[in-house]
Design a protein around this ligand. Sequence first.
Ligand SMILES: Cc1cc2nc3c(=O)[nH]c(=O)nc-3n(C[C@H](O)[C@H](O)[C@H](O)COP(=O)(O)OP(=O)(O)OC[C@H]3O[C@@H](n4cnc5c(N)ncnc54)[C@H](O)[C@@H]3O)c2cc1C
Length: 436
Amino acid sequence: MKEYDVIVVGSGPGGATVAREMSRRGKKVLLTERGGRWNWLGNTLSVAMILQNAGLTVSRSFHPITQVTIANNYGGASTVMCGCAIPPPRKVFDAVGIDLSAEAEEARQELWVTTLPDELVGLANLRLMDAANDLGYHWEKLEKFIKAEKCIPECSDCMMGCNRGAKWSARFSGDDAITHGAELALNTRVDDIIVENGTCSGVKGSRNGKSFSYYGKRVVLSSGIGNVRILQRAGIQEAGRTFAVDFLQFVGGVSPYLNTSKAQPMAVGTLEHYETDGIVVLPVFPTWSQLAVLLAMKGVQHLPKARNAFRYTGLMVKIQDDLDGTIHPGNRFFPFTKIPSRNDRLKLAKGADIMKRVLRKVGVSEASIVELNPSGAHPCATCRIGDVVDTKLETSIKNLYCCDASVVPASLGLPVVWTIVALGKRLAKHLETTMM
Ligand SMILES: Cc1cc2nc3c(=O)[nH]c(=O)nc-3n(C[C@H](O)[C@H](O)[C@H](O)COP(=O)(O)OP(=O)(O)OC[C@H]3O[C@@H](n4cnc5c(N)ncnc54)[C@H](O)[C@@H]3O)c2cc1C
């Protein structure tokens, strides 16, 4: 049995940031991660190895089949993210009285936030941007978590895990924490917290079939939807009663003039509909393997469309979805129930309409247009601020905190990483003051 200052459960952007910040402050930190460390990145196999159920995690309700991406590996979902950098949205955090602007600015350099030069943004993206602007939408280049000097033109591998080290992932923060003395425990699943006199004093779980207990002065749960099981077992039944996924929908088609199969994902786009309608439109389309799976989920009769996988020009709408989903703790294959509400469908339809206009403008033929089922890549809002945690991210059990996408008070409807890292930095400042 070992004792730590801080035990962090889960090594995604939330957990890795807290581990980095606290180890840099001289605290003895343990970072536990349920998955291993898959290092052969940049290929289809890497997606299958990093994601829970090889990416085939779906809602318990099957109409329509709703897939949500959940990661189980060192770095969490950030290893396979697109690297699109959007700062924390004020409208979501103003509602709970939290200002993340200082922490977001601190994170800018650490996350390698940059606007890419035209040759890395790529011709296909630039032409889509021109077409959208001709239609009166206000598209622009978007910032990315990328080191331009390591990135190469005509590469769209971000979502398969960048093997050049050009895209930031939470592994860089986890590794930095280790450099500053943190211990990383891979293949280590936390199942329970230890509570003594109403105060959290450690965690229990298993590694390779053997059980363990670790003691810590503070415990931070950063295990995504995994937090729900741990909290419910500790008696916090409110956890997991809400669930958002930032529903997204891909629309693509074939144009004789360009395709986005080798375009940098989400390097241009527009947030102009975000404040009013809660939607964003960005160019990105599934890789061939993801496309095959998503077409099969739409219906096997759509599978032949996968033959155009390397010819599609594709866009995505992402929305702020309603909170009406539920988590089923401990169920590995169907860990949630979530389908788009009527409100969600209206937002997705509005985005699909915008996307089709842009696609037609770049010469996509009507007959080739394919609309995939709504899916989710941002499981969040299961342990919301104001509901399960307070504004300091502490639960009703003293010294037990949550810090990851689960705490957002509402669906962001935007890329999440910058927000989570800012929350991690803010929590670290608070923990430091409570541990002096
Ligand atoms: C395909 C894709 C593209 C994306 N693109 C972008 C983008 O361009 N920009 C952006 O900002 N965001 C993007 N995102 C979203 C972003 O990656 C996630 O929102 C973010 O990684 C969530 O971070 P997190 O800290 O909440 O948890 P996660 O990244 O989900 O990490 C949680 C970790 O906890 C571990 N864990 C779970 N249970 C336990 C347990 N019991 N014990 C120990 N460990 C446990 C898991 O294995 C996992 O590693 C994308 C996501 C996907 C899937």
